[in-house]
Structures are given as structure tokens and as C-alpha cells.
Design a protein around this ligand. Structure first.
Ligand SMILES: [Fe+2]
Length: 208
């Protein structure tokens, strides 16, 4: 009789039933950094860097999503090339998102992650849900790049001053360089040049 009771107890502990619907308190709050990481960076430095990196992360996630929206909704004679270009830039921004987020975790912080939290944090203007024409798409994307480039330059200088060389390198080598290059590729699409017939020199002279 005693042996049967033991068997019943063992089967309760090692059953194949997954433990579903679990909830518990957070193990670390957003906006904090964990202690005693062997990085030779003081806690106040890691706190400031992770806060600024989270702003950059929220804006980079928003730009990444703006590229996918543009990729899906683009229309007009340049559909094919822009459809492909937008998706290439989306992929590159997605890599930046991962690099920034993992830098925050490495520094002991907590990366912002979910769309609702990103929407509350980003400084990039929210576009409408509907479709917009190509010049507006390009202008929105360029405005977003400008926000990120400005933040990146400020953050890189601050990281250098505080001795956080890893963050400085990430921001300059990856974030800044990628955003500058993408902004150039977009900007050239907004130069008003003829598609089929060159403007006559006399027409240009007459207009000036
Ligand atoms: Fe696609």
C-alpha cells in the first residue's frame, strides 16, 4: 500500500503535461541596469547609454517598419525598383535593430521590444494607415533618417566622452554609416530630372 502511494507522487512530479499559462513578477524592470557586470563601465554610464540606446532602438524599429509599409504600398512607374530598394533597406535596418537591442542587454539594460511600447517612445511622425504617393513615401523615410542620424551623432559623441568605446563604434560604424548611405539612395530619387526627353538648353535659359 505504501509503495503505491510513492508511485502516485512520482508521476505527479514528472508528468508530460506542459506547465501552461504561467505568469510571475519581472526579473528586471525596464529602465534599470543589472549590477556587477565585468565591463569596466560604471553603472551610471551604463544607465545613461542604455536609455539613449533605447530611444535609438525605438526610432530604428519605426524606420524599419516604415520601409516595409513602403515596400508593400508603393505604386507607379518606379514600382519595381523601389519595391526592391525598400526591402533591401528594411533588411539592413532590421540588422541594426538587433545590434542595438543586444548592445543594451550587454550593458545590463532592458531593450524595448513590443510595437505598442515603441509607438509610445519613437520621435518619428506616425504615417496614415492608407497608401501615399512615392514622393511622400520618400520624404517620410528621409525625415526618419534625419531623426536617427541626429540622435546617432549626439549619442556617439556622448559615448566617446563617457569611455563607452563599444557603443561609440556601433553607432558610428554601423548605425550612422548605414543611415547616411540609405539617405543618399533615397534622396537621388527626389531630383527632378526628365525621364524620356532632356530639357532644351534654350528652355532652361528662358526659365532663369
Ligand atoms: Fe516582400
Amino acid at each position: 500500500m505504501a509503495k503505491k502511494q510513492n508511485n502516485t507522487k512520482a508521476s505527479e512530479n514528472i508528468g508530460a503535461q506542459p506547465r501552461l499559462h504561467q505568469r510571475a513578477a519581472e526579473i528586471q524592470s525596464y529602465g534599470t541596469v543589472s549590477h556587477a557586470l565585468p565591463l569596466e563601465l560604471e553603472e551610471p554610464v551604463r544607465l545613461e547609454m542604455t536609455e539613449q540606446l533605447n530611444q535609438l532602438l525605438a526610432d530604428t524599429m519605426t524606420l524599419r517598419d516604415l520601409y516595409k509599409k513602403s515596400h508593400w504600398q508603393v505604386a507607379g512607374p518606379t514600382f519595381y525598383q523601389l519595391h526592391l530598394l525598400y526591402d533591401k533597406h528594411h533588411g539592413e535596418q532590421d540588422e541594426l535593430v538587433d545590434s542595438i537591442a543586444e548592445r543594451i542587454q550587454l550593458l545590463g539594460g532592458v531593450s524595448i521590444a513590443m510595437a505598442a511600447d515603441v509607438a509610445e517612445t519613437t520621435q518619428i511622425e506616425r504615417p496614415p494607415r492608407g497608401r501615399e504617393e512615392v514622393p511622400v513615401q520618400l520624404s517620410r523615410l528621409l525625415d526618419a533618417h534625419q531623426v536617427i542620424i541626429r540622435e546617432a551623432r549626439t549619442l556617439a559623441r556622448r559615448a566617446f566622452t563617457l569611455g563607452d568605446d563599444g557603443t561609440n563604434d556601433l553607432i558610428v560604424s554601423e548605425v550612422l554609416r548605414t543611415n547616411e548611405l540609405q539617405a543618399w539612395f533615397l534622396s537621388e530619387h527626389l531630383v527632378d530630372v526628365p525621364l524620356v526627353e532632356a530639357k532644351k538648353a534654350s528652355a532652361i535659359a528662358g526659365a532663369s
